[in-house]
Ligand binder design. Structure first.
Ligand SMILES: Nc1ncnc2c1ncn2[C@@H]1O[C@H](COP(=O)(O)OP(=O)(O)OP(=O)(O)O)[C@@H](O)[C@H]1O
Length: 252
């Protein structure tokens, strides 16, 4: 497994917000963490990339366990989070270059392979035209693509994304989700939080549904999202019909 979370418990503000959560993501898998607001999705991601210290439980990424040096973790795990605001006077290219930091020694300069990883990440996130722009001048969606490009430049084994499509227009939503599928096909393990259950059905191999900090169900999307769960967890009367109402087949 590239990502393994076992029995994870986390307390925040004196309250238990995640209890006994298990999530496993294999290489090549796109795994969605879904659940209502406040159900603990971001907290699980934050424990994985060590933005918070979990209470109990095992958290392991590509064999790098919970107490291993941070630098080892940064070589295998990239995270695109909601907190990533770009408020320094840097160009888009300079932010994406930061993705190479875990692979460089303290005084090392960028090597040819680092520059190639940055160029590929910029191209993949469709940022070539914005490469020399000051990141502080970008729109929300453009900034979100910069954060993704920085993660891609890192060339990780596992990728975490917290609501990666929430600022994106329709074309870029599709573009990012299709890109995640392609990255998974190349062997990456992808764990993302999503609110749009239609995206979850269309793009995820498996889902873990969180409710009040606990795993309510996990498995293939159409097995997991039945009428009873949609009512009890999400508070909607709904059914998953085969085939989405709006089917996007590619970008033009
Ligand atoms: N720093 C904190 N201090 C206290 N409580 C916190 C803190 N961070 C998160 N929480 C609480 O932990 C719970 C889980 O939050 P989390 O952000 O993981 O939920 P989420 O499922 O990602 O929600 P959303 O869909 O709204 O993004 C929420 O009740 C939240 O209020």
């Amino acid at each position: 497994m590239s990502i393994r979370v076992r029995g994870l418990t986390a307390d925040l503000g004196g309250r238990r917000v995640v209890s006994d959560v298990d999530v496993e993501v294999a290489p090549g898998e796109v795994h969605g963490l879904v659940g209502p607001n406040g159900s603990g999705k971001t907290t699980v991601l934050r424990a994985l990339h060590r933005a918070i210290e979990p209470g109990t439980g095992e958290v392991e990424v590509a064999g790098v366990a919970r107490h291993a040096p941070r630098r080892r973790l940064a070589r295998v795990l990239a995270a695109t989070t909601q907190e990533q605001r770009h408020d320094a006077a840097l160009t888009v290219r300079e932010v994406v270059e930061q993705g190479r930091t875990p692979h460089l020694g303290l005084l090392d300069r960028m090597r040819a392979e680092d520059r190639a990883a940055v160029a590929e990440a910029l191209r993949t996130a469709e940022l070539d035209a914005l490469a020399d722009r000051d990141v502080r001048t970008l729109s929300g969606g453009e900034g979100q693509r910069v954060a993704l490009a920085r993660s891609l430049a890192q060339r990780p084994v596992a990728l975490l994304l917290d609501e990666p499509t929430n600022h994106l227009d329709l074309r870029h939503q599709y573009g990012v989700l299709a890109l995640l599928r392609k990255l998974a096909a190349d062997g990456l393990a992808v764990l993302l939080t999503l609110h749009d259950l239609r995206h979850a059905v269309e793009f995820c191999d498996r889902l873990t549904v969180l409710h009040e900090g606990r795993v309510r169900a996990s498995g293939p999307p159409t097995d997991v999202l039945d009428e009873q769960l949609l009512a009890e967890v999400f508070g909607v009367r709904a059914t998953i019909r085969p085939g989405p109402e709006l089917k996007i087949d590619g970008v033009v």
